[in-house]
Design a protein around this ligand. Structure first.
Ligand code: PAF
Length: 279
């Protein structure tokens, strides 16, 4: 494993590499990231993992400053999973030398829905940094987790519309034994919050069962979830929505590929999760 900090060094390496599979991350890696790296290993000669906490995708009052920076531990995990991986870990000055990024990638209206309605500018920040990272790494394929379903959708449509020559590989969400989706932000949870957090997956699984059983009143199902989470002390429930899994438009009664998406706050920690339903 080799750690590269500069774009020029990465470009020099890229000229000598064969096909490249890319896993963009913000570090603080966990088993979910390892699944992305394992998938990447199957897809190309070389794996590049980027580690960069992207200020542009954090809103005011969000956790940019307290987001864990754990490069040494991350490098060890990557090495154990993929001994010859390249870790691209630029600092802010390397990726944003003008401090203010003047050219930004503007996703379409979906950027203002679901998570975007609660995190203005978030998906612009993601699309912009991912484009920059793609330009630095020049991968053949890139792996993204389905846990950030809306992010995956934005990246897939961006790559398609901007004719980027990169295959986007969606990777299933890694879960703890009790169902909680693996996330770097789980580390913020207190012991009591950690015990409560799988409630999101419990509700997703319950909604999926109801839909598979023929229920199509998605608003009623969502209202039941919101009521339960409120009673149990979740501080904010941003949304519980059933959408078309391919278009992310609100689900209609004739859609067969659905995704249920949920975002809620437990104490200070915002958690998201989703579950696909083929019905
Ligand atoms: O999913 C993430 O970790 C980030 O949004 C990404 C894709 C690395 C962009 O900063």
């Amino acid at each position: 494993m080799q750690i590269i900090h500069t774009i020029s060094e990465l470009r020099a390496w890229r000229k000598t590499a064969g096909t490249v599979a890319f896993v963009p991350t913000m570090g603080n890696l966990h088993a979910g990231h390892m699944a992305l790296i394992r998938e990447a290993r199957q897809r190309a000669d070389q794996v590049v993992v980027s580690i960069f906490v992207n200020r542009l995708q954090f809103g005011q009052g969000e956790d940019f400053d307290r987001y864990p920076r754990t490069l040494e531990a991350d490098a060890k995990l990557i090495e154990a999973e993929c001994a010859n991986a390249i870790v691209f870990a630029p600092d802010e000055r390397e990726l944003y030398p003008h401090v203010i990024q003047q050219y930004k990638v503007e996703p379409p209206a979906i950027q203002d829905e679901l998570c975007g309605a609660f995190r203005p500018g978030h998906f612009r920040g993601v699309a912009t940094v991912v484009t920059k990272l793609f330009n630095c790494v020049q991968p053949d394929v890139a792996c993204f987790g389905k846990k950030d379903y809306q992010q995956l959708f934005v990246i897939q449509s961006m790559v398609e519309e901007l004719n980027m020559p990169i295959d986007i590989i969606p990777v299933d969400t890694g879960r703890a034994e009790d169902g909680l989706a693996l996330s770097s932000r789980n580390g913020y949870l207190s012991a009591a919050e950690r015990a409560e957090a799988p409630r999101l997956y419990y509700h997703l699984a319950r909604m999926k069962k109801a839909i598979l059983g023929g229920e199509r009143d998605y608003a009623k199902l969502a209202a039941e979830v919101v009521a339960d989470l409120r009673i149990r002390g979740w501080s904010e429930i941003d949304y519980v929505e059933t959408r078309n899994a391919k278009t992310l438009k609100p689900a209609t009664h004739t859609d067969h590929d659905l995704v249920i998406l949920i975002a809620a706050r437990l104490g200070r920690t915002r958690l998201i999760d989703n579950l696909e339903v083929a019905c």
